[in-house]
Design a protein. Sequence first.
Lengths: 223, 259
Amino acid sequence: MRRWPSRGVKCSLAAAALLLVANLAGDRLAARAAERRLPYAGPERTVGSKVAEGFALRKIMADRRWFEILQYSGDISFVLEKGKDLPRMMEAATDIDPRFVHLYSFGASTLMWELEQPAEAVKLLRKGMTFNPEEKRLKMYLAAIAYREGSDLAGEVGILEALVESPGSPFMLRRILANTYAKMGRYRAAARIATLVLETSGHHAERRWAAAKIAVWSQEKDR
Amino acid sequence: MRRLDVPLAGSVAVARYVVELLFRSRLVVLLFALGAASVGVSVVLTFLTPGTERRMFFDAAYLGLEALALLGPVLGATVLQILEFSQQTIWLVLVRPPSRPAYLWGRFCGLVVASLSVILAVGALLAVACLAGGAFPEPFFLPVLAAAALETVVVCAVASLFSLSTTSYLEGVVLMLGVVALGYLSSVLPALAASPDWAAFKPALWVIYWILPHLSDFAVRDFSAAPESWYLGLLGAYTAAYAGAVLLVAAVAFARREV
C-alpha cells in the first residue's frame, strides 16, 4: 500500500518551501545589487545596455570602448581628422560606465590641450563630476581649463603641477606641463617632470620621450 | 548496520568516484589551464592600456574567474553524463547501494569539490599575480572569489538536475546553458512584470523569476563598490536554499527515470 503523501510529494513541497526561502533572501539581494550596480548615464536605456547589465558586462564593455579610444588616439586618422570622433567615443564609453574616472581625465586632457576644444572638455568633466562627486582630480582639471581660458598661465601651471603628481595622472598631461615649462623657459622644472615620467612610467615609448627631453633640457639654463 | 549509515557512506563513495573521474578525464586540468590563460590574458592587457593597467587586469581576471564558475559545473556534469549513461557505467554504480538519492547527493558533492578546486586554484594563481604586480590591496578580490564559489554551487545543482533527468548530453548542455543565461537575465523580469505593456504576463513572469537562479546577484565584479559582508552571507543562504530546492526536484526526477 502506497504511503500518502508519497516521497515525491514530500520532496516537491520541501523544494517549494526552500524556493520560497531562497526568494525571500533573493529579494533583499536584488534590492542591494540594484543599488550597487553602475548608474546609467545615457539618454535612454537600450536593449543592448539592459542585456549587458543582465550579464554583468558593463565594466568589460567600457574597457573595450576605452581600448578603441586608445587605438583611435594613436592612429593617423586622429591627427588628420583633428580627433572629430573623440567626443562621441568618450560620450559612449562614459554612458556605459560613468564611474570610469580615467576616461574623463584622459578625454578632458586630450580635448583641451591637444584638440583645443574647451567646451567639449568642460562638458565631459561636468558629467564626470556628476557621477563621481568625491573625485577631486576632475575638479582640478576643470580649474586648469578655467585658468587656461582666462589666459592665467601661472594659475593653469599650478593646477597642472598638482595633477601630474597624483597617481594615475595621464602621460599626456605630464608631457603638456613639461612642454609648457619649457616654453616659459623653466627648463629645470621641465626636466623634473620628464624625470617623473622616466621613473614612474611602465611604457617604453614614454620613457624614451622622457630620456630624450631630459638630455635636452638638462643642458639649458632657466630664463 | 543502521540504515542511515548506508546512504552517507554511499554518498561519500560516489563523491570520491566523481572527483576521481573528473580528474582522470583531465577536465579539471583543462579548466585550470583555461583559468591560467585568462590570468595571462589579463596581464597582457595591462601593457595595451596605459594609465588603467590595474582596472584592465582585474576586470578581465574576474570575468575569467566567473566564466570558470559557470563552465566548470556544466562541462563536469556533461562529461559525467557522457561517461555514465553513454557507456552505461551507471548500471554498475546503481546495482548495489547507494540509493538514488545518495547517488545524486554524492554526485553533486563530487561536482562541487571538483569545480571549487578549479576556482580556488585559479584564485591562488591570481593572488600570486597580484602580489607580484603589487596590485594588493584590492577590495573586490575576496568578494569576487567568494561569489564565484557560491555561484558554482548553484550551477552544480542545476547541472546535476539536467544531467540526471535528460536522455542525451546535448539536451542536458542546452538546458544547463539556457538556465544559466536566463538566470543572468532574470534581473529584468521584475521590471517587465511591473510594465503596463506586459501586464497580461505578470503572473507567469513572477513564477519564472522565482524559479530561475538569480545569477546576476552573484556578479559582484560589476558593482560600483565592493559588497558588504552581510551581502555575501545572504548570498550563501540563498545558495544553500536554492541548491537544496533544485536537488530535491532532481531527486524526484531521477527517482522516476529509467536507467
